[in-house]
Design a protein around this ligand. Sequence first.
Ligand code: BV8
Ligand code: ZN
Length: 245
Amino acid sequence: MDTQAIRQIAEKIKDSTRVVVMTGAGISQESGVPTFRGADGLWKSFRAEDLATPEAFDRDPVLVWQWYDWRRGLIKPLKPNPGHYALIELEKRIEDFTLVTQNVDGLHRAAGSKNPIEMHGTIWRVRCLECGNTFENREVPIKILPKCEACGGLLRPGVVWFGEALDEKILHAIYTCLQKAQVMLIVGTSGMVQPAASFGIVAKRAGAFVAEVNRSNTPQSSLFDLSIQGKAGELLPQLVEQVGW
Ligand code: BV8
Ligand code: ZN
């Protein structure tokens, strides 16, 4: 455990009022949610291009819904882990704290995060392709193919697929907080998916101290001020303790 590095980040956080944290699938791994590209990867038996795209849904909505239904069933009983809860502590104590997550599992909200920016949406919301109605749906299993109660139209998962643009307002909010951040933590992401993968550099160029928390080195590790290796569920609570509020 790199205590020196944790101490260094803790000092930066202690002296800051504007902190942004971005998380990826790695922060949910210790809750039992398979990551996307790791050995236990969700993608293991499927390729992203096969399922998490609008073309795939047009081609075979039943297969795509079977995959999401399987993931929802997997995630439903899972609980946040100490890594999620450590971020709640930061949220409580830092004047201007923003949590951005690539994850669609809903575990940050379940842990009590007040206003996580779920930039890729959430697996617990659905959207009607006919009337655009979006609403929460936690049915497991979900009836395939699910239909809109309002208009009978086909529902799709309320997530952002590859090849789909992110919500403009969400992107604007993210870039605004990246521009003013004094510290950015990047937790549990392989840095493979854009535009999320560029956020660390955007914050760094705007003057933030950027630290990566990941079980292993990533292609981006050398771009940041610090990169500490270890499990988010262990390192983040240590970091909060080190700040010593
Ligand atoms: C867009 C929702 C433009 C769906 C997801 C070529 C170059 C650049 C970009 C592109 C390109 N070709 C295509 C693109 C664009 C594409 C993209 O980036 N593709 C990649 C694959 C190359 N991006 C898009 O399409 C985005 N939209 O660009 O729009 C546009 C503009 C106008 C008009 C039209 C289009 C939209 C991308 C959103 C995709 N949706 N999710 C769903 O989940 O079903 S992305 C998906 O990947 C998840 O959200 C996930 O969170 C995310 C990123 O993965 P990670 O979170 O990093 O997970 P991964 O498994 O990879 O890594 C886990 C990490 O955790 C590892 O590093 C591991 O070491 C670590 N770890 C594991 N355990 C722990 C741990 N760390 C700490 N503790 C632990 N215990
Ligand atoms: Zn509808």
